[in-house]
Structure formats: structure tokens, C-alpha cells
Ligand binder design. Structure first.
Ligand code: HEM
Length: 177
């Protein structure tokens, strides 16, 4: 997993809690990296899971909620780092359809060792999109947060629901306008 995923997570912890919390959760986990991440490095994705579990234990906030908050925060940071991937889309649904077809394809060119999920999209109506998420990392809550973050970014209103499938998770993005 790319370092940006870790550096953004730790900066979120520092913003929402403090630097001591960052040190505490790194100390609580036996991390092969020792908790020193660079944005271009690649680290085992279990490290993020362990850090989130440690944060949950210390903060009392449940893991799924932390992963969701993190996904939402991460979208803002990705939008900041890669504005050109977003500005090409006119609407939220068009943008979401482009994650698999365009954005993650470009990400893979930039970072050939990136481990990306796969998405299968289907328009259910002009304002309704089905998006099936599949990943061996099962970061459903992060994915949900990324979708919520993009919804806010595009100033769209509506609901995001999800349903587990045998081999993934089906998300339905249903906009009200
Ligand atoms: C500007 C937009 C985006 C950029 C630049 C981007 C880039 C990335 C990068 C660099 C990673 C890390 C890969 C790794 O650690 O090896 C990643 C992972 C991920 N991305 Fe995106 N992404 C974008 C938008 C989205 C959106 C909107 C979604 C959800 C619909 C999404 C879903 C995910 C998920 C769930 C992962 C975690 C890996 C996994 O589940 O297997 N991304 N993305």
C-alpha cells in the first residue's frame, strides 16, 4: 500500500487528536516499517489495519467509523494532490464511473506497485449508479468514506447504501436531483 495512505492517516490522527496519539498508536503496533512512512514508499496494508485498531482502542471510536472518517478525509487529500483527475468530470456519477476506467489506471502508471481495488459500474437511472467494489483488502468502510467525500466535493445530495455480495460489496449511489 502506498505511503500516501499512511502519511494522510497519521496527519488525520494528529489533526483530530494530537501528536502523542500518533506516537502512542505507532508504539502500540509492531510495525515492520517502524512507523516511518514516505509518500512514495510501499508498505504492507496490514500496517494501516493495525494502526486503525490501535487508534480505536485508545480513542474508543469503533474501527468501522474510523475507517469511514479516514476515507472521507482521504478523498479531500487526493483531490488536493491530483486535481486534474477530478476536474475532468462534469458530475459526481461521471467521476465515480471514471475511477476504474481512468483514475486508477493513471495511478497504476504513476505507481506500478499500487494495489488497487476493482469497480464494476452500472447506471440504474440518470441519477442512480451501482458500483460493485472488489478488493482482497476489503476496505469497504474506506471506500464508503471516499464516496461520501466525493459526494461532498461535487456538492451532490443523495444516499449511498451498500449490500454485501459473495465476492465484493454493492454500493448504490442515489442522488436526489
Ligand atoms: C482523485 C481521485 C483518486 C485518486 C488519485 C486515487 C488514488 C488511489 C491510490 C494512490 C490508492 C492507493 C493504492 C495503494 O496503496 O497501493 C487508492 C486506493 C483506493 N482507492 Fe482510489 N483514488 C481516487 C479516488 C477513489 C474513489 C472516488 C474511490 C471510491 C469510489 C476510490 C477507492 C479506492 C479504495 C477503496 C482504495 C483502497 C485499496 C483497496 O480497497 O484495495 N478511489 N486510490
Amino acid at each position: 500500500m502506498k505511503g500516501i495512505i499512511f502519511t494522510e492517516f497519521l496527519s488525520l490522527v494528529e489533526d483530530q487528536w494530537d501528536e502523542d496519539m500518533v506516537d502512542d498508536i505507532i508504539d502500540a503496533c509492531e510495525l515492520p516499517s517502524g512507523g516511518a512512512y514516505t509518500s512514495v514508499g510501499t508498505y504492507n496494508h496490514t500496517e494501516i489495519v493495525n494502526l486503525v485498531i490501535a487508534l480505536s482502542e485508545k480513542s474508543g471510536v469503533p474501527v468501522p467509523q474510523l475507517l469511514n472518517i479516514y476515507g472521507k478525509h482521504l478523498f479531500g487529500r487526493l483531490a488536493h494532490h491530483y486535481p486534474h483527475f477530478i476536474d475532468q468530470s462534469l458530475s459526481l456519477l461521471e467521476f465515480l464511473e471514471g475511477v476504474e476506467r481512468y483514475i486508477h489506471v493513471e495511478v497504476k502508471k504513476l505507481y506500478p506497485d499500487a494495489e488497487l481495488p476493482s469497480f464494476e459500474t452500472k447506471r440504474l437511472g440518470p441519477n442512480k449508479l451501482e458500483m460493485i467494489y472488489r478488493s482482497s483488502r476489503h476496505l469497504d468502510d474506506v471506500c464508503h468514506g471516499l464516496m461520501e467525500g466525493s459526494m461532498e466535493y461535487f456538492k451532490a445530495k443523495g444516499t449511498i447504501t451498500r449490500e454485501p455480495l459473495e465476492d465484493g460489496t454493492k454500493f448504490i449511489i442515489d442522488l436526489t436531483e
